[in-house]
Design a protein around this ligand. Sequence first.
Ligand code: B12
Ligand code: SF4
Length: 449
Amino acid sequence: MPHVALVSFSGARVREREMLELGMTLPGLHDRLVAVTSLPPLGLLTIAAMVAPDWTVSLHETEARGADLLDNVLSAHPSIVAISALTASSIEAYAFSRKIQDRAIPTIFGGLHATTCAEEASRHFTSVIVGDGEALWPEVIADASHGHLKSIYRANHPFDLGRAPVPRYDLLGTIRRPRFTLQTQRGCPFACEFCGASRLLGPFRIKPIELVERELEAIAAIDARPVIELADDNTFAAPHRALALSDLFRRYRVRWFTEVDWRIGEQFETLAALGESGCAQLLVGVESLVFRYPGMGKKAAELDRVMQAVEAIQNAGVAVMGCFIVGGDAETRDSIDRLARFIESSPFADIQLTVQTPFPGTALYRRLDSVGRVIAERDWSYYTLFDVTFRPDQMTVAELEDGFRQLVRRVFRPEETIRRKLIRRGILRGRNTESCDRDHDLSTPAGTA
Ligand code: B12
Ligand code: SF4
């Protein structure tokens, strides 16, 4: 029987040594790193559900396998090897693919990086998939069966999420997952200049609620009280969905969290339902205090209005992780200090800090590249959201690196981490749900909205 080995270049990545050390030592950051590294590779689990019935499938995650990855994959005797990697691990994936190809086994590459850098990736893989995996995977499997794989596959139409298969969560095996991922929508109606996800696979689409429920059932079959991180770009971008999703999650008694834009904080009729649904935390992009990114649409509001929305969400019993991008145009050492002071006096239950990163395929990449501001010597492995990959307009690269490190030290110093933990406890205590006694760390470093 033909066999496809699915390989995920999973886990977190940071290049700069001092940032890595900070991530390992500061309590607020370390807990977060540990929590995310075991998130399931949802893209691969999704296409696994579309493999033809005469094929067998195995899943191999770099985090679990480390140096044994090659042996582990080869021991499955694959007919083809399908690989998923983000930009930060793309160079590792290229090298791995060549080792597999040396054994005369075809390799297939998909995901956001494959979609945005298809020509480059096609030099290292037998085939590259551009866009939604579901739209092309059946054709790839058919071509692999006949030994006629093409170099690049491009979808003619965006995949209709009304036909979404249930991801093969069963492939995750017996290692306990602290969290599962599930997708309720894809894309976003906004087009924030820096966004490395919203438009790259196709337009904004939502998954019918009954299909979301089927996926919840599949997760509940593995874990009766799961914690779920929605792998959405901006969950309530279609505002009418918030009530239906809240009701569904409440019925399944899951703890969940996701990424949204701040406008949900003005949907007062929805907030109570959200608080009662088991929603523990929403990640909300405030983005920058100094630079208004193009493409943010209605998300670009006055800071006071955004903060009122944040307080309304937290008053409803849902913690908010405020997300800030450092290094946008007009950023200076002074503005980084102002950001630190703002965060210290803010009511956010948690904070995410990232360095502005011009991911390939984004409008930000095109703008900075067109004026020579992308640092060519820093390859894709620097595209981690914590390393500097461009020249700031008001500082040197070293000044931005140093400013970001100081900011991280200050915002995640033990007293501040404890202050935010107490805010989170207060929010959870005030809510009307039986799940509030489980105060997990529900933070993620990878969100978008
Ligand atoms: C969950 C998540 C994670 C998880 C799991 C990642 C994983 N292995 O899937 C964890 C926490 C591990 C993670 C880590 C990182 N993440 Co992350 N993460 C996400 C998040 C929130 C959801 C991803 C997801 O599950 N999507 C749903 C699935 C269904 O979509 P998908 O994976 O794209 O798969 C579809 C297609 O792409 C395709 N496909 C994917 N792979 C393959 C393979 C084949 C063979 C085929 C045929 C098709 C195919 O088919 C799928 C169905 O259509 C996104 C935000 C977002 N909205 O995308 C950020 C995001 C993907 N992460 C991002 C980043 C930057 C990171 C980190 C670098 C952070 C860090 N410093 O560590 C690391 C990556 C490190 C590494 N190993 O390379 C960026 C990526 C930008 C980019 N172009 O690289 C995003 C977009 C967030 C952002 N702020 O911009 N992340
Ligand atoms: S950053 Fe968030 S709000 Fe902006 S386009 Fe991306 S998903 Fe949408």
